[in-house]
Design a binder for this molecule. Structure first.
Ligand code: GLV
Ligand code: MG
Length: 338
């Protein structure tokens, strides 16, 4: 069973008895985590324009940033953090892995220079709760040192076989946990999967219908990520964290991207990464509830004002459980219009 740590243990500046701020996590819409490379000046020049279009802007320091640009990415992120008011848009960074030569400086320098602007640190290649404990303690020290009163949250990428095995203990490792994302590229490599794709399906992964006299057999592709997303969603639900689908690497296949994001949405994910501007609208569409579903869900809530009993709506049986299902959709719809 996972051990959950208490915030007081980590968080020195809290007055005794005051509620830990992370107990009141802001519920915000995070349908897409939009990745930008902060070492590229022309990208930084467009941040102001991007802020109102996305739910989260993430300055990526890890994979895809060349080794000789790690420091300029870090300083570029500090620049972009300080240069803008992000309003209700989240500001995140993905730091380098804890066993890389850059991670410690990423955390120390960014928190020192822009910790008051930063909402979430995305931590790659998390293998167990020990990785979260390390970052948690480090952040607690830095927050005290620099007088940062709003805790910086941690988001883990689930992208190694060991991490998937430890998903529940990672989820329960700290009250500083914000959520988790599936990292299908690193996870595929870690598991020795035979695919070079970044997320999405594979034309050869599926099932063949039974042979029937005089009929052609049909092959239908299956979702390669179903099992891992299911484990991640359950672990996140158990600890009140947010699960996210990660990247979809084929920018020339918006339909494939939408289908993959939609599977994740239906399974319980709240958002996905957008690695290309064209994926922002896909994520916005997929991770906002369908207006027809919202209308039907509202009718269920209206038909059962106190949330219990059994009624029929359009010939479909509704009860306490479907009331809760309907509430998930209506609550999300409220967040979208807020
Ligand atoms: C993301 O980091 C991935 O490895 O898919
Ligand atoms: Mg990765």
């Amino acid at each position: 069973m996972a051990q959950t740590r208490t915030p007081a243990k980590f968080y020195a500046p809290l007055a005794a008895g005051a509620p830990a701020p992370w107990r009141e996590k802001p519920v915000r819409l995070e349908r897409m985590i939009h990745f930008v490379p902060p070492h590229v000046e022309k990208v930084r020049a467009k941040i102001a324009e991007m802020i109102p279009q996305v739910d989260v802007v993430l300055g990526n320091l890890e994979d895809a940033v060349p080794a000789d640009a790690k420091e300029s990415a870090r300083y570029g992120f500090i620049d972009m953090a300080r240069a803008h008011d992000y309003g209700s848009t989240g500001l995140w960074t993905r730091i380098n892995a804890l066993n890389s030569p850059w991670a410690l400086d990423d955390v120390c320098e960014i928190v020192a220079a822009a910790g008051d602007k930063l909402d979430v640190i995305m931590l790659p290649k998390v293998e167990g709760p020990w990785d979260i404990h390390y970052l948690d303690q480090l952040l607690a020290q830095l927050e005290v040192k620099y007088g940062i009163s709003r805790p910086i949250m941690i988001h883990a990428i689930l992208e190694t076989a060991e991490g998937v095995n430890n998903v529940e203990t990672i989820a329960g490792s700290s009250p500083r946990m914000h959520g988790m994302s599936l990292g299908p590229a690193d996870l595929a490599a870690s598991r020795q999967m035979k695919t070079t794709r970044v997320g999405g399906g594979h034309p050869s992964y599926g099932v063949l219908s039974d042979p029937k006299e005089g009929e052609q057999r049909h092959f239908s592709q299956q979702d390669l990520w179903h099992y891992t997303i299911g484990r991640m969603v359950d672990a996140c639900a158990m600890y009140d964290l947010k699960p996210f689908y990660g990247p979809f690497g084929d920018f020339s296949d918006p339909e494939g991207c939408e289908a993959q994001f939609r599977n994740a949405f239906l399974q319980g994910c709240v958002g996905a990464w957008s690695l290309h501007p064209s994926q922002i609208d896909i994520a916005k569409r997929v991770f906002s509830p369908d207006p027809n579903e919202v209308a039907f869900a509202k009718r269920i809530l209206d038909a059962m004002p106190n949330g219990s009993g059994a009624v029929m709506v359009d010939g479909k049986m509704q009860d306490d459980a479907t009331w809760k299902q309907a509430k998930v959709i209506v609550d999300l719809a409220k967040l979208v219009v807020a």
